[in-house]
Design a protein around this ligand. Structure first.
Ligand code: FUL
Length: 488
Protein backbone atom coordinates (compact mmCIF):
# COMPACT_ATOMS: atom_id res chain seq x y z
CA UNK A 1 0.00 0.00 0.00
CA UNK A 2 2.75 2.30 1.02
CA UNK A 3 4.70 1.66 -2.21
CA UNK A 4 1.53 2.17 -4.30
CA UNK A 5 1.01 5.57 -2.74
CA UNK A 6 4.64 6.35 -3.32
CA UNK A 7 4.29 5.38 -6.98
CA UNK A 8 1.19 7.50 -7.37
CA UNK A 9 2.89 10.52 -5.85
CA UNK A 10 5.97 10.00 -8.01
CA UNK A 11 3.78 9.70 -11.11
CA UNK A 12 1.88 12.87 -10.31
CA UNK A 13 5.12 14.77 -9.67
CA UNK A 14 6.59 13.53 -12.97
CA UNK A 15 3.42 14.49 -14.79
CA UNK A 16 3.59 17.98 -13.36
CA UNK A 17 7.25 18.23 -14.28
CA UNK A 18 6.63 16.95 -17.81
CA UNK A 19 3.76 19.31 -18.36
CA UNK A 20 5.84 22.22 -17.04
CA UNK A 21 8.73 21.24 -19.27
CA UNK A 22 6.60 20.71 -22.32
CA UNK A 23 5.01 24.06 -21.67
CA UNK A 24 8.46 25.69 -21.62
CA UNK A 25 9.39 23.85 -24.77
CA UNK A 26 6.19 24.79 -26.53
CA UNK A 27 6.42 28.48 -25.70
CA UNK A 28 10.00 29.66 -25.96
CA UNK A 29 10.81 33.16 -24.74
CA UNK A 30 10.91 35.99 -27.27
CA UNK A 31 14.10 36.26 -29.28
CA UNK A 32 16.26 39.19 -28.13
CA UNK A 33 15.99 42.43 -30.08
CA UNK A 34 19.66 43.31 -30.56
CA UNK A 35 21.76 45.01 -29.37
CA UNK A 36 21.35 43.94 -25.75
CA UNK A 37 23.24 45.01 -22.60
CA UNK A 38 26.21 43.11 -21.23
CA UNK A 39 26.06 41.71 -17.68
CA UNK A 40 28.21 44.62 -16.47
CA UNK A 41 25.85 47.12 -18.12
CA UNK A 42 22.84 45.39 -16.55
CA UNK A 43 24.44 45.74 -13.13
CA UNK A 44 25.13 49.39 -13.89
CA UNK A 45 21.48 50.02 -14.87
CA UNK A 46 20.40 48.65 -11.52
CA UNK A 47 22.65 51.08 -9.64
CA UNK A 48 20.52 54.06 -10.81
CA UNK A 49 22.16 56.64 -8.49
CA UNK A 50 25.86 57.50 -8.72
CA UNK A 51 27.73 60.24 -6.89
CA UNK A 52 30.37 62.38 -8.57
CA UNK A 53 33.09 63.91 -6.39
CA UNK A 54 34.98 66.90 -7.82
CA UNK A 55 37.84 67.73 -5.50
CA UNK A 56 41.31 69.12 -6.22
CA UNK A 57 43.36 72.33 -6.08
CA UNK A 58 40.34 74.11 -7.64
CA UNK A 59 38.58 73.65 -4.31
CA UNK A 60 41.25 75.90 -2.80
CA UNK A 61 41.71 78.41 -5.62
CA UNK A 62 38.03 78.91 -6.32
CA UNK A 63 38.17 78.22 -10.06
CA UNK A 64 36.51 75.54 -12.17
CA UNK A 65 39.40 74.78 -14.49
CA UNK A 66 42.86 75.10 -12.93
CA UNK A 67 45.48 76.43 -15.35
CA UNK A 68 48.03 73.80 -14.36
CA UNK A 69 50.46 76.09 -12.53
CA UNK A 70 48.88 75.70 -9.07
CA UNK A 71 51.31 74.94 -6.30
CA UNK A 72 50.64 71.63 -4.50
CA UNK A 73 51.07 73.72 -1.32
CA UNK A 74 47.50 74.92 -1.59
CA UNK A 75 45.94 71.45 -1.35
CA UNK A 76 45.27 71.20 2.37
CA UNK A 77 41.89 69.98 3.57
CA UNK A 78 41.95 70.58 7.31
CA UNK A 79 39.14 68.32 8.55
CA UNK A 80 39.16 65.70 5.82
CA UNK A 81 36.72 62.88 6.62
CA UNK A 82 35.79 60.62 3.72
CA UNK A 83 33.59 58.57 6.03
CA UNK A 84 31.42 61.65 6.46
CA UNK A 85 31.04 61.76 2.64
CA UNK A 86 30.18 58.10 2.44
CA UNK A 87 27.67 58.16 5.29
CA UNK A 88 25.83 61.00 3.58
CA UNK A 89 25.99 59.40 0.15
CA UNK A 90 24.92 55.99 1.43
CA UNK A 91 21.96 57.46 3.31
CA UNK A 92 20.93 59.34 0.17
CA UNK A 93 20.77 56.05 -1.74
CA UNK A 94 23.85 56.22 -3.96
CA UNK A 95 25.32 52.94 -5.17
CA UNK A 96 28.62 54.17 -6.56
CA UNK A 97 31.14 57.02 -6.34
CA UNK A 98 33.27 58.51 -9.12
CA UNK A 99 36.22 60.64 -7.96
CA UNK A 100 38.22 63.18 -9.96
CA UNK A 101 41.58 61.50 -9.38
CA UNK A 102 42.97 64.14 -11.77
CA UNK A 103 41.12 67.11 -13.29
CA UNK A 104 42.28 69.25 -16.22
CA UNK A 105 44.89 71.04 -14.03
CA UNK A 106 46.83 67.79 -13.77
CA UNK A 107 47.08 67.65 -9.95
CA UNK A 108 46.93 64.01 -8.84
CA UNK A 109 45.01 63.06 -5.71
CA UNK A 110 47.23 60.01 -5.35
CA UNK A 111 51.03 60.02 -5.01
CA UNK A 112 51.72 59.12 -8.63
CA UNK A 113 55.23 57.92 -9.30
CA UNK A 114 55.29 59.74 -12.64
CA UNK A 115 54.79 63.35 -11.58
CA UNK A 116 55.66 65.75 -8.78
CA UNK A 117 52.31 67.50 -9.26
CA UNK A 118 50.38 65.55 -6.64
CA UNK A 119 49.32 65.15 -3.02
CA UNK A 120 52.78 63.89 -2.19
CA UNK A 121 54.07 67.44 -2.39
CA UNK A 122 51.14 68.98 -0.55
CA UNK A 123 50.82 69.77 3.16
CA UNK A 124 47.95 67.28 3.37
CA UNK A 125 49.12 64.67 5.90
CA UNK A 126 52.62 66.06 5.38
CA UNK A 127 52.72 64.62 1.89
CA UNK A 128 51.82 61.15 3.10
CA UNK A 129 48.15 61.42 2.10
CA UNK A 130 46.46 59.50 -0.69
CA UNK A 131 42.93 60.69 -1.40
CA UNK A 132 42.28 58.03 -4.04
CA UNK A 133 43.15 55.35 -1.50
CA UNK A 134 40.99 56.91 1.18
CA UNK A 135 37.99 57.31 -1.09
CA UNK A 136 38.26 53.89 -2.71
CA UNK A 137 38.59 52.19 0.69
CA UNK A 138 35.78 54.15 2.31
CA UNK A 139 33.40 53.69 -0.60
CA UNK A 140 33.87 49.93 -0.56
CA UNK A 141 33.51 49.82 3.22
CA UNK A 142 30.17 51.57 2.79
CA UNK A 143 29.03 49.21 0.06
CA UNK A 144 29.49 51.72 -2.76
CA UNK A 145 31.32 50.88 -5.96
CA UNK A 146 34.34 53.01 -6.83
CA UNK A 147 34.99 54.73 -10.14
CA UNK A 148 37.50 57.27 -11.48
CA UNK A 149 37.67 60.39 -13.58
CA UNK A 150 41.16 60.82 -14.95
CA UNK A 151 41.18 63.88 -17.17
CA UNK A 152 42.88 63.22 -20.52
CA UNK A 153 43.52 66.94 -20.87
CA UNK A 154 46.42 67.89 -18.58
CA UNK A 155 47.31 71.58 -18.39
CA UNK A 156 50.27 70.95 -16.12
CA UNK A 157 52.15 68.46 -18.21
CA UNK A 158 54.99 69.79 -20.36
CA UNK A 159 54.53 67.09 -23.00
CA UNK A 160 50.78 67.40 -23.36
CA UNK A 161 49.96 67.14 -27.10
CA UNK A 162 53.09 65.03 -27.72
CA UNK A 163 52.90 61.23 -28.19
CA UNK A 164 54.85 60.72 -24.93
CA UNK A 165 51.95 62.15 -22.93
CA UNK A 166 49.78 59.20 -23.97
CA UNK A 167 52.34 56.94 -22.38
CA UNK A 168 52.17 59.04 -19.19
CA UNK A 169 48.36 58.89 -19.21
CA UNK A 170 48.43 55.12 -19.59
CA UNK A 171 50.97 54.74 -16.78
CA UNK A 172 48.63 56.69 -14.55
CA UNK A 173 45.77 54.42 -15.53
CA UNK A 174 47.98 51.50 -14.65
CA UNK A 175 48.62 52.94 -11.21
CA UNK A 176 44.92 53.55 -10.64
CA UNK A 177 43.73 50.16 -11.87
CA UNK A 178 46.41 48.12 -10.13
CA UNK A 179 46.44 49.97 -6.81
CA UNK A 180 42.87 51.09 -6.26
CA UNK A 181 40.70 48.65 -8.18
CA UNK A 182 38.28 47.21 -8.89
CA UNK A 183 37.00 50.25 -10.76
CA UNK A 184 33.38 49.99 -11.90
CA UNK A 185 33.44 53.01 -14.23
CA UNK A 186 36.15 55.00 -15.97
CA UNK A 187 34.97 58.50 -16.88
CA UNK A 188 36.50 60.08 -19.97
CA UNK A 189 35.85 63.78 -20.29
CA UNK A 190 35.17 65.54 -23.58
CA UNK A 191 36.96 68.82 -22.69
CA UNK A 192 40.31 68.56 -24.38
CA UNK A 193 43.06 70.91 -25.40
CA UNK A 194 43.35 74.67 -25.14
CA UNK A 195 45.51 77.07 -23.22
CA UNK A 196 47.46 76.04 -20.16
CA UNK A 197 50.69 76.11 -18.20
CA UNK A 198 52.19 73.01 -19.86
CA UNK A 199 55.35 72.93 -17.80
CA UNK A 200 55.88 76.67 -18.17
CA UNK A 201 55.20 77.02 -21.89
CA UNK A 202 52.00 78.98 -21.14
CA UNK A 203 50.47 78.48 -24.54
CA UNK A 204 47.52 77.05 -26.40
CA UNK A 205 47.74 73.46 -27.52
CA UNK A 206 45.19 71.94 -29.82
CA UNK A 207 45.02 68.21 -30.28
CA UNK A 208 43.08 66.09 -32.74
CA UNK A 209 40.34 64.81 -30.45
CA UNK A 210 39.56 61.95 -32.74
CA UNK A 211 43.02 60.46 -32.93
CA UNK A 212 45.42 61.91 -30.34
CA UNK A 213 44.54 59.65 -27.42
CA UNK A 214 44.39 56.46 -29.47
CA UNK A 215 41.35 55.54 -27.40
CA UNK A 216 40.77 52.03 -28.75
CA UNK A 217 44.21 50.94 -27.54
CA UNK A 218 43.97 52.88 -24.28
CA UNK A 219 40.64 51.16 -23.54
CA UNK A 220 42.06 47.79 -24.47
CA UNK A 221 44.98 48.46 -22.13
CA UNK A 222 42.58 49.24 -19.28
CA UNK A 223 40.47 46.15 -19.92
CA UNK A 224 43.59 44.02 -19.74
CA UNK A 225 44.54 45.64 -16.45
CA UNK A 226 41.17 44.69 -15.03
CA UNK A 227 39.66 41.73 -16.88
CA UNK A 228 37.12 41.12 -14.08
CA UNK A 229 34.96 42.69 -12.86
CA UNK A 230 34.57 44.45 -16.17
CA UNK A 231 35.13 48.19 -16.08
CA UNK A 232 32.56 50.31 -17.89
CA UNK A 233 34.04 53.10 -19.97
CA UNK A 234 32.15 56.37 -20.23
CA UNK A 235 32.64 59.05 -22.88
CA UNK A 236 30.62 60.87 -25.52
CA UNK A 237 31.18 57.87 -27.71
CA UNK A 238 30.91 55.13 -25.10
CA UNK A 239 31.98 52.39 -25.67
CA UNK A 240 29.94 51.29 -22.63
CA UNK A 241 28.14 54.38 -21.33
CA UNK A 242 27.48 57.62 -23.20
CA UNK A 243 27.32 61.24 -22.08
CA UNK A 244 23.78 62.60 -22.18
CA UNK A 245 24.70 65.75 -24.13
CA UNK A 246 23.94 68.30 -21.38
CA UNK A 247 24.92 69.01 -17.79
CA UNK A 248 21.51 70.18 -16.57
CA UNK A 249 20.20 66.88 -15.30
CA UNK A 250 17.91 65.52 -17.99
CA UNK A 251 17.78 62.96 -20.71
CA UNK A 252 15.32 63.19 -23.57
CA UNK A 253 11.86 61.69 -22.95
CA UNK A 254 12.55 59.43 -25.88
CA UNK A 255 15.65 57.68 -24.65
CA UNK A 256 17.06 54.76 -26.61
CA UNK A 257 19.87 52.86 -24.95
CA UNK A 258 21.07 52.08 -28.43
CA UNK A 259 23.25 54.26 -30.63
CA UNK A 260 25.76 53.87 -33.43
CA UNK A 261 29.10 55.13 -32.11
CA UNK A 262 31.20 54.50 -35.22
CA UNK A 263 31.65 58.17 -36.02
CA UNK A 264 31.52 59.51 -32.46
CA UNK A 265 34.44 60.48 -30.25
CA UNK A 266 34.89 62.28 -26.93
CA UNK A 267 34.53 66.02 -27.47
CA UNK A 268 32.97 65.86 -30.94
CA UNK A 269 30.85 68.96 -31.44
CA UNK A 270 27.19 69.04 -32.41
CA UNK A 271 26.09 65.64 -31.18
CA UNK A 272 24.30 66.75 -28.01
CA UNK A 273 20.83 65.97 -29.27
CA UNK A 274 21.81 62.56 -30.57
CA UNK A 275 23.40 61.70 -27.23
CA UNK A 276 20.24 62.67 -25.40
CA UNK A 277 17.88 60.54 -27.50
CA UNK A 278 20.11 57.70 -28.65
CA UNK A 279 19.02 56.03 -31.90
CA UNK A 280 16.20 53.59 -32.26
CA UNK A 281 18.23 51.66 -34.82
CA UNK A 282 21.56 52.00 -33.00
CA UNK A 283 23.92 49.08 -33.40
CA UNK A 284 25.42 49.21 -29.87
CA UNK A 285 23.94 49.21 -26.38
CA UNK A 286 25.40 52.41 -24.87
CA UNK A 287 23.06 53.89 -22.24
CA UNK A 288 23.16 57.57 -21.29
CA UNK A 289 24.40 58.80 -17.92
CA UNK A 290 23.02 62.12 -16.67
CA UNK A 291 25.80 64.12 -14.99
CA UNK A 292 24.84 67.28 -13.13
CA UNK A 293 26.15 69.15 -10.11
CA UNK A 294 24.23 69.89 -6.91
CA UNK A 295 25.79 73.36 -7.18
CA UNK A 296 26.24 75.72 -10.14
CA UNK A 297 29.92 74.68 -10.35
CA UNK A 298 31.53 71.25 -10.31
CA UNK A 299 33.94 72.28 -7.54
CA UNK A 300 33.11 73.71 -4.13
CA UNK A 301 33.00 77.50 -3.91
CA UNK A 302 31.80 79.13 -0.68
CA UNK A 303 29.89 81.79 -2.60
CA UNK A 304 27.65 79.04 -4.00
CA UNK A 305 26.52 77.80 -0.57
CA UNK A 306 23.20 79.54 -1.05
CA UNK A 307 22.81 78.08 -4.54
CA UNK A 308 22.75 74.39 -3.64
CA UNK A 309 19.93 72.73 -5.56
CA UNK A 310 16.80 72.29 -3.48
CA UNK A 311 15.38 68.85 -2.65
CA UNK A 312 12.52 69.60 -5.06
CA UNK A 313 14.93 70.42 -7.91
CA UNK A 314 16.85 67.22 -7.18
CA UNK A 315 13.58 65.31 -7.17
CA UNK A 316 12.69 66.73 -10.61
CA UNK A 317 16.18 65.79 -11.82
CA UNK A 318 15.56 62.24 -10.58
CA UNK A 319 12.36 62.08 -12.64
CA UNK A 320 14.08 63.42 -15.75
CA UNK A 321 17.03 61.01 -15.45
CA UNK A 322 16.27 57.78 -13.59
CA UNK A 323 12.60 58.28 -14.45
CA UNK A 324 13.52 58.22 -18.14
CA UNK A 325 15.69 55.15 -18.01
CA UNK A 326 19.13 56.68 -17.41
CA UNK A 327 21.40 56.69 -14.39
CA UNK A 328 21.91 59.92 -12.49
CA UNK A 329 25.50 60.96 -11.73
CA UNK A 330 25.03 63.73 -9.18
CA UNK A 331 28.09 65.77 -8.27
CA UNK A 332 28.57 66.64 -4.59
CA UNK A 333 31.88 68.51 -4.19
CA UNK A 334 33.60 68.47 -0.79
CA UNK A 335 34.61 71.84 0.65
CA UNK A 336 37.99 73.19 1.79
CA UNK A 337 37.65 71.36 5.10
CA UNK A 338 37.39 68.10 3.16
CA UNK A 339 33.75 67.64 4.18
CA UNK A 340 30.46 67.63 2.33
CA UNK A 341 29.04 71.01 3.24
CA UNK A 342 26.02 71.23 5.57
CA UNK A 343 23.85 72.80 2.83
CA UNK A 344 24.49 69.94 0.42
CA UNK A 345 24.01 67.32 3.14
CA UNK A 346 20.68 68.87 4.19
CA UNK A 347 19.41 69.00 0.63
CA UNK A 348 20.38 65.38 -0.02
CA UNK A 349 18.66 64.25 3.17
CA UNK A 350 15.38 65.96 2.28
CA UNK A 351 15.63 64.69 -1.29
CA UNK A 352 15.89 61.13 0.02
CA UNK A 353 12.82 61.71 2.22
CA UNK A 354 10.91 62.97 -0.82
CA UNK A 355 11.93 59.93 -2.86
CA UNK A 356 10.92 57.59 -0.06
CA UNK A 357 7.59 59.35 0.38
CA UNK A 358 6.86 59.19 -3.31
CA UNK A 359 8.06 55.66 -4.09
CA UNK A 360 7.74 53.45 -1.04
CA UNK A 361 4.09 52.48 -1.20
CA UNK A 362 3.44 50.60 -4.42
CA UNK A 363 -0.34 50.33 -4.91
CA UNK A 364 0.15 47.76 -7.64
CA UNK A 365 1.57 45.27 -5.18
CA UNK A 366 -1.07 42.61 -4.76
CA UNK A 367 -3.27 44.27 -7.40
CA UNK A 368 -4.89 42.20 -10.10
CA UNK A 369 -3.00 42.48 -13.41
CA UNK A 370 -4.59 41.33 -16.66
CA UNK A 371 -3.81 41.77 -20.35
CA UNK A 372 -5.62 41.37 -23.66
CA UNK A 373 -3.19 38.59 -24.57
CA UNK A 374 -0.06 36.88 -23.41
CA UNK A 375 2.50 34.71 -25.01
CA UNK A 376 1.13 31.27 -25.85
CA UNK A 377 -1.23 31.60 -22.87
CA UNK A 378 1.71 30.25 -20.89
CA UNK A 379 1.99 31.23 -17.23
CA UNK A 380 5.67 32.23 -17.64
CA UNK A 381 4.47 35.21 -19.70
CA UNK A 382 1.30 36.01 -17.82
CA UNK A 383 0.47 39.59 -16.77
CA UNK A 384 0.66 38.54 -13.12
CA UNK A 385 4.43 38.79 -13.61
CA UNK A 386 4.05 42.55 -13.91
CA UNK A 387 3.17 43.01 -10.26
CA UNK A 388 4.99 40.07 -8.62
CA UNK A 389 7.95 42.19 -7.50
CA UNK A 390 10.34 39.87 -9.38
CA UNK A 391 12.45 41.63 -12.00
CA UNK A 392 13.32 38.34 -13.69
CA UNK A 393 9.72 37.54 -14.68
CA UNK A 394 7.82 39.39 -17.38
CA UNK A 395 4.69 39.72 -19.44
CA UNK A 396 5.19 39.18 -23.17
CA UNK A 397 2.98 38.71 -26.19
CA UNK A 398 3.20 36.34 -29.15
CA UNK A 399 5.82 37.21 -31.76
CA UNK A 400 3.29 38.55 -34.23
CA UNK A 401 1.76 40.92 -31.68
CA UNK A 402 3.64 44.16 -31.04
CA UNK A 403 0.93 46.01 -29.13
CA UNK A 404 -1.01 45.15 -26.01
CA UNK A 405 -3.24 46.40 -23.25
CA UNK A 406 -2.53 45.80 -19.59
CA UNK A 407 -5.00 46.50 -16.82
CA UNK A 408 -4.05 46.97 -13.18
CA UNK A 409 -6.99 46.82 -10.78
CA UNK A 410 -6.03 48.32 -7.45
CA UNK A 411 -7.48 46.92 -4.26
CA UNK A 412 -9.14 50.27 -3.57
CA UNK A 413 -9.26 53.80 -4.95
CA UNK A 414 -5.99 55.66 -4.61
CA UNK A 415 -4.58 59.06 -5.47
CA UNK A 416 -2.07 58.17 -8.14
CA UNK A 417 0.98 60.36 -8.76
CA UNK A 418 3.27 58.04 -10.71
CA UNK A 419 3.12 54.94 -12.88
CA UNK A 420 6.45 53.16 -13.23
CA UNK A 421 7.21 50.66 -15.99
CA UNK A 422 10.25 48.52 -16.73
CA UNK A 423 11.19 46.59 -19.82
CA UNK A 424 13.04 43.31 -19.44
CA UNK A 425 16.08 44.78 -21.18
CA UNK A 426 18.02 41.52 -21.23
CA UNK A 427 15.94 40.94 -24.36
CA UNK A 428 16.60 44.43 -25.71
CA UNK A 429 14.74 47.73 -25.72
CA UNK A 430 11.49 47.46 -27.68
CA UNK A 431 8.67 49.84 -26.82
CA UNK A 432 8.38 52.96 -28.98
CA UNK A 433 5.26 54.42 -27.40
CA UNK A 434 2.53 53.78 -24.87
CA UNK A 435 -0.39 55.55 -23.21
CA UNK A 436 -2.16 55.34 -19.88
CA UNK A 437 -5.89 55.59 -19.10
CA UNK A 438 -7.51 55.77 -15.69
CA UNK A 439 -10.98 54.64 -14.64
CA UNK A 440 -12.85 57.70 -13.43
CA UNK A 441 -16.55 58.42 -12.99
CA UNK A 442 -17.53 55.10 -14.52
CA UNK A 443 -15.41 55.39 -17.68
CA UNK A 444 -11.86 55.27 -19.00
CA UNK A 445 -10.14 58.61 -19.34
CA UNK A 446 -6.85 59.23 -21.14
CA UNK A 447 -4.26 60.31 -18.56
CA UNK A 448 -0.79 60.21 -20.14
CA UNK A 449 1.16 59.50 -23.29
CA UNK A 450 4.78 58.54 -23.44
CA UNK A 451 7.40 57.09 -25.75
CA UNK A 452 10.26 54.79 -24.71
CA UNK A 453 10.49 52.74 -21.50
CA UNK A 454 13.87 50.96 -21.38
CA UNK A 455 15.26 50.02 -17.98
CA UNK A 456 12.75 52.26 -16.18
CA UNK A 457 10.12 54.86 -17.01
CA UNK A 458 8.26 56.92 -14.44
CA UNK A 459 5.19 58.72 -15.78
CA UNK A 460 3.70 61.59 -13.76
CA UNK A 461 -0.06 61.24 -13.18
CA UNK A 462 -1.16 64.48 -11.48
CA UNK A 463 -2.65 62.86 -8.38
CA UNK A 464 -5.68 61.43 -10.15
CA UNK A 465 -7.99 59.29 -7.96
CA UNK A 466 -8.71 55.88 -9.45
CA UNK A 467 -8.83 52.16 -8.75
CA UNK A 468 -8.10 50.99 -12.29
CA UNK A 469 -5.23 51.78 -14.63
CA UNK A 470 -4.94 50.72 -18.26
CA UNK A 471 -1.69 50.81 -20.20
CA UNK A 472 -1.68 50.51 -23.98
CA UNK A 473 1.58 49.49 -25.55
CA UNK A 474 0.94 51.25 -28.84
CA UNK A 475 4.07 50.63 -30.80
CA UNK A 476 6.97 48.30 -30.23
CA UNK A 477 9.89 46.98 -32.30
CA UNK A 478 8.73 43.44 -31.52
CA UNK A 479 6.54 41.73 -28.94
CA UNK A 480 6.65 43.89 -25.79
CA UNK A 481 8.47 42.34 -22.83
CA UNK A 482 7.60 44.18 -19.62
CA UNK A 483 8.89 43.09 -16.23
CA UNK A 484 7.22 45.56 -13.90
CA UNK A 485 4.36 47.98 -13.47
CA UNK A 486 4.28 49.92 -10.22
CA UNK A 487 1.77 52.54 -9.14
CA UNK A 488 2.42 55.25 -6.53
C1 FUL B 1 33.36 68.74 -18.01
C2 FUL B 1 34.60 69.32 -17.32
O1 FUL B 1 35.21 70.29 -18.12
C3 FUL B 1 34.07 69.88 -16.03
O2 FUL B 1 35.05 70.58 -15.32
C4 FUL B 1 33.54 68.73 -15.21
O3 FUL B 1 34.58 67.86 -14.83
C5 FUL B 1 32.47 67.98 -16.01
C6 FUL B 1 31.95 66.74 -15.32
O4 FUL B 1 32.95 67.61 -17.27
O5 FUL B 1 33.55 68.43 -19.31
Amino acid sequence: MKSQTHFLITAIISLILVSCNSNVNQVPPPEPVYPIPTEAQLEWHEMELLAFIHFTTNTFTGVEWGYGDESPDIFNPTEMDVNQWMDILKDAGFEGVILTAKHHDGFCLWPSEYTEHSVKNSPYKDGEGDVVQEVSDASREHGLKFGVYLSPWDRNRADYAEPSYIDYYRKQLEEIFTQYGPIFEMWVDGANGGDGYYGGANETRIIDRETYYDWPNTFEFVRELQPEPKVLIFSDAGPDIRWVGNEQGWVSETNWNTINNDTLYAGKAGIENLLSTGSEDGTKWIPAEVDVSIRPGWFYHAEEDSLVKSPKTLFDIYLSSVGRGSNLLLNIPPDRRGLIHEEDAASLKKWREMLDDAFSNNFAEGALASADSYRGNASEYSPVNLTDGNKETYWATDDDISTGTIEISLVEEKEVNYVLLQEYIRLGQRVRSFSIDVWKGGQWEPAAEATTIGYKRIVEMDGVTTDNIRIHIEDSKASPVISAVEVY
